[in-house]
Design a protein around this ligand. Sequence first.
Ligand code: PXP
Length: 254
Amino acid sequence: MSMRQLGVNIDHVATVRQARRTIEPDPVWAAVEAELGGADQITVHLREDRRHIQDRDLHLLKQTVTVRLNLECSLQTEMLEIACQVRPEQVCLVPEKREEVTTEGGLDIVRQQQRVAAAVRQLNDHGIEVSLFIDPSLEQVQASCDVGAQAVELHTGTYANAWLDDKVGLGARQGQAAATELQVVRLASQKVRELGLRLNAGHGLNYRNVQPIAAIPGMEELNIGHSIISRAIFSGLRQAVADMKSLILAATEA
Ligand code: PXP
């Protein structure tokens, strides 16, 4: 994969559909629009509780998406079996708690190395590349390398929350919160590259906070959902994706 690609997460389109348990809006249509806007990858999270993306969506996306398909899923046996059957280009392993609104923290590789290593082997045996969604800590990056993953996706949620804090919070850290968290992501990124893994990032990225992350040396893929789908309500999805893609390509180190 060349540098700085945009993966568009279309889960929220399915969330709207599931609010009525009906047939629209269809995430398969969303994938088409995202591709026309310049998406390099379509990302979906098949959750154990099927709250948004359904098995039907995943199968149709596999047949229709012409860019890379990135499936986010948990380590559950059933999920790994579905992944091996569908064979997306990449699986991103994520932690999953039923009560959470969205994926809250990274997958703890350090504490379950053997289980993750087995999942990586199983997926690789089916020709699927594996990315691990982890917190930007040096220990988790090292463990990701040890279990044989091809890539990591650094969780940018803490950076994004800090950015929001600087923007609309009480300013307890006097506007320096995001800069501090950016440095944490930068350090982890450096280690990812030293270990020879592919460097991806995502969670909480939006049109105003994405560029410093996109500008990190070696950054290959950003997966973005909420912010793009939110803007699409007003501008249409094709335009929303095109706007995000332009920002990512124009990003330079601050
Ligand atoms: N990456 C991963 C691994 C995720 O779980 C999510 C959320 O589903 C995202 C990226 C996208 O996050 P956001 O919707 O905040 O852009």
